[in-house]
Ligand binder design. Structure first.
Ligand code: FAQ
Length: 333
């Protein structure tokens, strides 16, 4: 007679079996271009990667409200003010969709917010540059939102359902943002000599940081290969940068602005743009917190968070009272 099986061993084997079945299903879903949804099994590293990318993205949208918020009270007309307010409000909405998408992965909004205000979380390098003139609103819309669209349209097909779906709406709004930036620059370029100079100066200052938004070059991008294998990212950082420059060149011609890269040219043989070197030392300094506005941006975010404490407390108290009132109703019934 066989000795009875040790129950702990049986449990281990069946657990392993279950995980490998689940892993196989996960791999099949990815291979077949199907979506992973919040309740599906997923490798822990996939979950962590998504939380990292989506929360950084959410923080970028929220911090990204500041450089343009700076101009709401000074926009040159009522119409421009209304448009800018709507745009900045859209960015807040994008942050909220993204925080919600990240929450489906098991992290709370409080945790993410704490990471941001403690300075432990990253957000896009681009929002650490100043906005001294009205033309910066044009350059941000045209270049920063333009880069965001190039980066985010492929993310609409990200393998994680809530992220991809959030991106669809975000991209529609970003495309309006990009056009409004282009239109601000076009108006300035059709204006006085001083206005044209202001527009060109803004393009000169935002061009290189907007190229850096796509992240480090492929050979220095530690996350790309795995994120592409998981179909979170669909293109590498350098591929998207190329696509962006290809989009900008004809638009710069229409605007009449010069892209500040004397080495920029299209190489017929390779079908790629050749370009000057991005200042990666500057990029990594900004990531380390040493950009022109890092301190100011985080300080502003911290103050806003502290100023909003009473709203959070009031909402929590209201929810508590509602819950105890409905518990009482149930008891009575
Ligand atoms: N800034 O290995 P990779 C917007 C970090 S939204 C700061 O290549 P990955 C809308 C990266 O996190 C703009 N950090 O990383 C708007 C990683 O660090 P970690 C935000 C950066 O994830 C407009 C390390 O470097 N968009 O503009 C940056 O595969 C106007 C190594 O890099 C998104 O977040 C950077 N530029 O690729 C709002 C899009 N680049 O985490 C208001 C979603 C890289 O290992 C006004 N995100 N790093 O410590 C992505 O597509 C990707 O996360 C990348 C980076 C492409 C940004």
């Amino acid at each position: 007679m066989n000795a009875p099986a040790d129950p702990s061993i049986t449990a281990d084997v069946s657990d392993e079996q279950r995980i490998s079945d689940e892993e196989r299903l996960f791999d099949e879903l990815i291979a077949n271009e199907q979506r992973i949804e919040p309740r599906d099994w997923m490798p822990e590293a996939y979950r962590k990667t998504l939380i990292r990318q989506i929360s950084q993205h959410a923080h970028s949208e929220i911090i990204g409200m500041q450089p343009e918020g700076n101009w709401i009270t000074r926009a040159p007309s009522l119409k421009r003010k209304a448009i800018l307010m709507a745009k900045v409000q859209d960015e807040a909405g994008h942050g909220l969709y993204l925080y919600s998408a990240a929450q489906t992965l098991g992290i709370t909004r409080d945790e993410m917010m704490q990471q941001l205000i403690d300075g432990r979380a990253k957000y896009s390098s681009i929002f650490n540059y100043p906005t001294p003139t009205w033309a910066d609103m044009g350059a941000i819309g045209w270049l920063v939102d333009g880069a965001a669209i190039c980066n985010q349209v492929p993310l609409c097909r990200a393998s994680y359902g809530p992220y991809g779906r959030a991106m669809v709406r975000v991209c529609k709004e970003e495309s309006f943002h990009q056009r409004q930036g282009f239109e601000i620059l076009l108006t300035l370029m059709q204006g006085t000599e001083e206005q044209r100079r202001m527009a060109q100066d803004a393009v000169d200052r935002w061009y290189w940081p907007s190229l850096a938004m796509f992240g480090p070059p492929d050979d220095r991008s530690p996350n790309s290969a795995q994120s592409m294998a998981w179909k979170i990212k669909r293109f590498s950082n350098d591929e998207l940068r190329q696509r962006f420059v290809g989009m900008l060149v004809p638009q710069a011609e229409i605007l009449g602005v010069t892209l500040p890269d004397p080495e920029l040219r299209f190489d017929e043989a390779s079908g790629r743009y050749e370009m000057g070197e991005i200042d990666w030392d500057e990029f990594f300094e900004v990531l380390r917190g040493n950009g022109p506005c890092n301190t100011e941006r985080l300080e502003r975010r911290r103050t806003a968070h502290e100023d909003g404490a009473w709203v959070r407390e009031a909402a929590a108290e209201y929810a508590r009272r509602q819950a105890s009132a409905s518990a009482l109703d149930e008891e009575v019934a």
